[in-house]
Design a protein around this ligand. Structure first.
Ligand SMILES: [Zn+2]
Ligand SMILES: [Zn+2]
Length: 290
């Protein structure tokens, strides 16, 4: 796999983000020495709130791909949960991800393809280049639906406030240990889990669908991202709200959407049409060779 440098990577170090990343990673390591069972369980719960309700069900499957519909109150709640993951404002996240789907693996256009380097696809693109910062014209072009919505417009700019509020609440509730675990350690692990979807599931795993990109299905990435690791299924059918197709493809984000449906809070759910499933790449290559 060639690893070429493009204009995306020449924009220099994003110092504000880099300093914050150093602070979060250092604090995450310090948190390991402040263990308590209470901190562990609350952190696991908050990881699910931010990672599954927020990023997987909210930012990704609802806001980016509109894989299902919810009442506005539910949409706003899921978006608030997503801000707790510190992955930027929802609109910037959505635009970055819609660009990723529009130009997957194209150097200089895909924001984080491993074809430009494995480190770049994981974290490099956050620290250097334009990362998730987009000009207003780009935001309007890729996410006019969200830009027109006052709640999304303002929360996109003030995305860090819910996390700061959570940190204060955790500190008041359980002191330094709980705050360090529930914010710094959780956010740092959550970031790497999300970044592995951009790096690992464009590098390692199996491929059910013969998509034109390098996306893969990967169990261990799926387990730490609540189901986002079935990334080849997702690239082949981006709008589908359910990424785990087979029974063994554990997809907790789908279970959450299904729960919303049972509560009458999710409808018009898009699913993968398995009758249109393409033959696995290996099989096709064998057929071509025959
Ligand atoms: Zn992808
Ligand atoms: Zn997607």
């Amino acid at each position: 796999m060639s690893e070429t440098r493009t204009v995306n990577q020449e924009a220099g170090v994003n110092w504000t983000t880099t300093v914050w990343m150093i602070i979060f990673h250092t604090a995450a390591i310090i948190a390991l020495f402040m263990f308590s069972w209470k901190a562990l369980f609350i952190t696991l719960f908050l990881w699910w709130v931010s990672g599954s309700l927020g990023i997987g069900m909210g930012f990704h499957r609802l806001l980016t791909h509109r894989g299902y519909k919810t009442p506005k109150a539910v949409e706003y709640f899921l978006t608030l949960c997503g801000t707790l993951a510190l992955e930027g404002g929802a609109i910037n996240w959505v635009v970055t991800h819609r660009i990723h789907h529009a130009h997957t693996e194209v150097p200089g256009l895909d924001p984080h393809t491993p074809r430009e380097g494995r480190w770049w696809s994981h974290m490099g693109w956050i620290l250097r280049g334009t990362a998730q910062q987009h000009e207003d014209a780009v935001l309007w072009r890729y996410a006019p639906d969200l830009m027109r919505d006052r709640f999304h417009f303002w929360l996109n700019r003030l995305y860090f406030i819910p996390l700061v509020a959570l940190g204060i609440i955790l500190f008041a509730w359980g002191g330094w240990g709980l705050m360090m675990w529930g914010t710094f350690l959780r956010v740092t692990i959550g970031l790497h889990a999300t970044w592995l979807v951009n790096s690992a599931t464009h590098l390692w795993g199996s491929r059910r669908f013969e998509s034109s990109d390098d996306s893969t299905n990967n169990l261990w990435v799926a387990l730490i991202t609540f189901g986002e690791g079935w990334h080849n299924n997702h690239h082949a059918h981006p709008r589908a709200a359910r990424h785990g197709v087979a029974w063994y493809e554990i997809d907790i984000n789908w279970w959450g959407i299904r729960a919303l449906q049972l509560l009458g809070l999710a409808k018009d759910i898009k699913l993968i049409d398995t009758s249109r499933r393409a033959a696995p790449a290996e099989t096709t290559q064998l057929r071509k060779a025959a």
